[in-house]
Design a protein around this ligand. Structure first.
Ligand code: MG
Length: 463
């Protein structure tokens, strides 16, 4: 059985991998699954700004209605706004039509559980199994679900965020923010939120447009060059870019320096643990050691998980964590909700600036810096697991290794840094991340393991 759901839901090229027929069957499988535990499930559906949204939304909805589920359409929303609706209006499930930061020809379907967290792997597997069985529990004509539309989701979400930050102090400060929504669904929320927080907003690509006319929707340094230039020109207090479905935020400081997601993650890990002793921060094995450094200093604990925001969110809930997130700018503030949330992150950054009376660049000076090198190699799916074992065999006599972590892939620690080797869950790729205090050390470790893994792949392919 081929997996449909990847690390972030179902993704693919529209009308090639993801057709209206496929989406219809996913809707029927989803509904069949939900009907196992509830007679008449209530589902909320929303979309990002992509061209194919309407087609996919109606196809999934038709499948859900056919199995006797009621569907509420909340229109164009950031993914965390949909998750907030699931939580506050107690929906049985949420469907988000989005391909996040992928190119314009892509779209996808993401599932949300009744508690507002992304679907667990088990739930996804149940839906996949029903989809492949092609046995759907269609209801009789008089049991078909109802479809209705509501328009207040984004407004509720904005109110929810404002209620969780020091609104009065932020408003009094009157920040200047340069905001790049990348033509994504953040456009319908973030400018409004910032205005309500008393900010002067300089807008870049704050009109939703699924063709992404300004730049691709992944907030990489290359893609947000215009934001960086604007910050250098205006010296506004904060520059920020959101990805296509606005669950991730990447910042640029008042001097126009691009801030990697790791640094923002560590910044909040530090301030969230500062006033609560022994608190817990959760992050995947991929993120920087700087998180451990700042949390340890505050006598807190870092729990490392497998890669994937649903896993981070669930562990946070289980362990009653104070904060968590990923190195890509997806931060989770549990006092609001257990999901990555860029608008909440932006409001929290403003609150932090007010509380510390500092600039973003000054705050980041206090965060330990590490150098990371990210590489990938093409690797057939069939050899991935054996490859991991072979790497382990090859390095077992290396006495300079201080620790090995198998939480996700193989993470090897040396006195000067670490190497993480992970097979991709969605593509025929093998990823090699290295981190060290010094760039040269990181590069050296990276090329050493790159050549080890490369020669093993070649050997395995030929035998
Ligand atoms: Mg996203």
């Amino acid at each position: 059985m081929t997996r449909l759901f990847g690390t972030n839901g179902i993704r693919g090229v529209v009308n090639k991998d993801i057709t209206s027929e496929f989406a219809l069957d996913i809707g029927k499988a989803w509904g069949t699954f939900l009907k196992r535990t509830k007679k008449r499930p209530n589902i909320v559906i929303g979309t990002d700004a992509r061209i194919s949204n309407t087609m996919l939304k109606h196809s999934v909805s038709a499948g859900l209605l056919a199995t006797g589920c009621d569907v509420t359409d909340i229109g164009l929303v950031p993914t965390p706004a949909l998750q907030y609706m699931v939580k506050i209006k107690q929906f049985d499930s949420g469907v988000m039509i989005t391909a996040s930061h992928n190119p314009a020809e892509f779209n996808g379907i993401k599932g949300i559980d009744s508690d507002g967290t992304e679907f667990s792997k088990q739930t996804e597997e149940c839906i996949e199994e029903i989809y492949y069985s092609n046995v759907f529990e269609l209801v009789t004509w008089d049991e078909i679900g109802c479809f209705n539309t509501v328009e207040y989701a984004n407004e509720s979400y904005i109110k929810g965020i404002i209620s969780k930050v020091d609104y009065v102090s932020i408003k009094k400060k009157g920040f200047h923010v340069v905001l790049d929504c990348g033509s994504g669904s953040g456009s319908v929320v973030t400018p409004l939120l910032l205005e309500k927080l008393g900010c002067k907003v300089t807008r870049l690509y704050c009109e939703p447009d699924g063709r992404f006319p300004g730049h691709p929707s992944e907030p990489t340094p290359e893609n947000v060059a215009e934001l960086v230039a604007k910050m250098k020109e205006t010296h506004a207090d904060v520059g920020v870019a959101q990805d296509g479905d606005a669950d991730r935020a990447i910042f640029v400081d008042e001097q126009g320096t691009y801030i990697w997601g790791d640094q923002t993650l560590s910044l909040f890990a530090k301030y969230m643990t500062l006033h609560k002793p022994k608190s817990i921060v959760v992050t995947p094995v991929t993120s920087s050691t700087s998180v451990d450094d700042v949390v340890r200093k505050n006598k807190g604990t870092v729990i490392r998980t497998q890669v994937g925001s649903p896993i981070v969110a669930r562990v946070m809930r289980e362990k009653d964590a104070i904060f968590g997130g990923e190195e890509n700018g997806g931060l989770i503030f549990p006092e609001f909700q257990f999901c990555r949330d860029s608008a909440m992150t932006i409001a929290k950054v403003l609150e932090l600036l007010v509380n510390t009376r500092s600039s973003l660049s000054d705050l980041l000076l206090e965060i330990p810096r590490y150098e990371m090198v990210k590489k990938k190699l093409r690797c057939p799916d069939s050899i991935k697991q054996d490859l991991l074992k072979m790497i382990q065999d090859q390095i077992q006599d290396d006495s300079s290794i201080t620790r090995i972590d198998m939480t996700d892939g193989l993470k090897v620690y040396y006195p000067k840094g670490w190497v993480l080797m992970r097979p991709s869950g969605t593509e025929p790729l093998f990823r090699i991340y290295t981190e060290s205090k010094k760039k040269d050390d990181a590069k050296q470790l990276s090329s050493l393991f790159l050549s080890i893994v490369e020669s093993l792949i070649t050997k395995m392919k030929t035998t």
